[in-house]
Design a protein around this ligand. Structure first.
Ligand SMILES: Nc1ncnc2c1ncn2[C@@H]1O[C@H](COP(=O)(O)OP(=O)(O)OP(=O)(O)O)[C@@H](O)[C@H]1O
Length: 285
């Protein structure tokens, strides 16, 4: 695997406040990485650093380039989408295509129009007259027609109904993603990206508290519904979280091994949201 992004000791300080506290991470080509964290954790700051939109300290390499100095070159290989609701409502659909064509060297207008032909969107319609779902489709047409190697999405589906959020991710996977592309996505809606991600990064108070492939997550973390007489034994294995479901205790363990887990009760893989809650409550690791 080859690294698209390498960060070593990446730090960003806003007037003495460290929004990123010397973090290390690597993003490999062909991965879909979820950067997940609560409000103010440092997600946007990390993305802005990758894109050369902010200054920072430490080492950060994106496609062999330093985002602080090589932003222009970088933008030929990277696309950044902050929010689906950003296309101005007063524009005609055709004007939005012209606009992106003007600002992004890798935009393929023919490809975007081909995508739009599959929808009910008319090139002469005003964006403000489209339904929410159609705006999503237009936005997707614009994104998917940009031939870049790294797509950075910051809360891309914020403000969309669940139906359109699902459609957004499905189309993204089907139309954009392949082994040569890499996607980094931040979201609060952990559930809707859970099955999409190949890698998981949790960020809390400017620290990366989990950085793992989804396969490793499945091997490392286990939830056990423990029978009453085993509760004290289970606690001795230092669970990272404990909750109650229908009167039974459910413990979340990090790295106890399947044999031990199975000796304590019924085991299953934790959801990303349960893991997220556990890691956000616990200490940095
Ligand atoms: N321009 C700025 N000046 C001062 N502080 C800032 C600035 N931008 C961000 N911060 C602070 O840095 C911290 C991280 O902010 P950031 O926007 O990266 O968080 P986030 O994880 O993206 O949050 P959210 O999910 O709420 O968007 C926050 O405490 C924020 O207040």
């Amino acid at each position: 695997m080859s690294a698209v992004v390498t960060a070593k000791g990446l730090r960003k300080s806003y007037g003495g406040f460290d929004a990123l506290k010397s973090v290390d991470f690597t993003i490999e080509r062909g991965r879909i990485v979820g950067l997940i964290g609560p409000n103010g954790a440092g997600k946007t700051t990390a993305l802005k650093s990758l894109l050369g939109l902010t200054t920072f300290d430490g080492h950060l390499d994106v496609f062999g380039l330093d985002p602080r100095q090589d932003r222009h070159l970088l933008m030929q290989r990277v696309c950044f989408i902050a929010d689906v609701a950003v296309i101005p409502r007063w524009m005609k659909v055709s004007q939005s295509l012209e606009f992106v064509e003007g600002v992004h060297p890798k935009f393929d207008r023919v490809k975007a129009e081909r995508f739009l032909q599959k929808t009910k969107i008319n090139l002469n319609s005003k964006v403000g007259h489209l339904s929410k779902g159609m705006v999503t489709q237009l936005h997707l047409a614009l994104i998917l027609a940009i031939d870049v190697e790294l797509l950075v999405l910051d809360e891309p589906t914020q403000g969309l109904d669940i139906l359109y959020r699902k459609e957004f991710y499905q189309e993204l996977l089907g139309e954009f993603f392949d082994d040569n592309k890499t996607i980094v996505v931040t979201t609060h809606q952990v559930e809707e990206v859970e099955n999409l991600l190949t890698d998981l990064m949790f960020i809390k108070d400017g620290n990366i508290v989990l950085d793992s492939t989804m396969d490793e997550v499945g091997e490392r973390f286990v939830e056990v519904m423990v029978s009453g007489d085993q509760v004290d034994v289970a606690r001795q294995h230092k669970p990272i979280a404990e909750r109650e479901v229908f009167g039974r205790k459910v413990f979340l363990f990090d790295g106890i091994g399947s044999e031990t887990a199975e000796s304590l009760g019924d085991t299953h893989r934790p959801s990303v949201s349960d893991l997220f809650v556990a890691k956000m409550k616990g200490v940095s690791a």
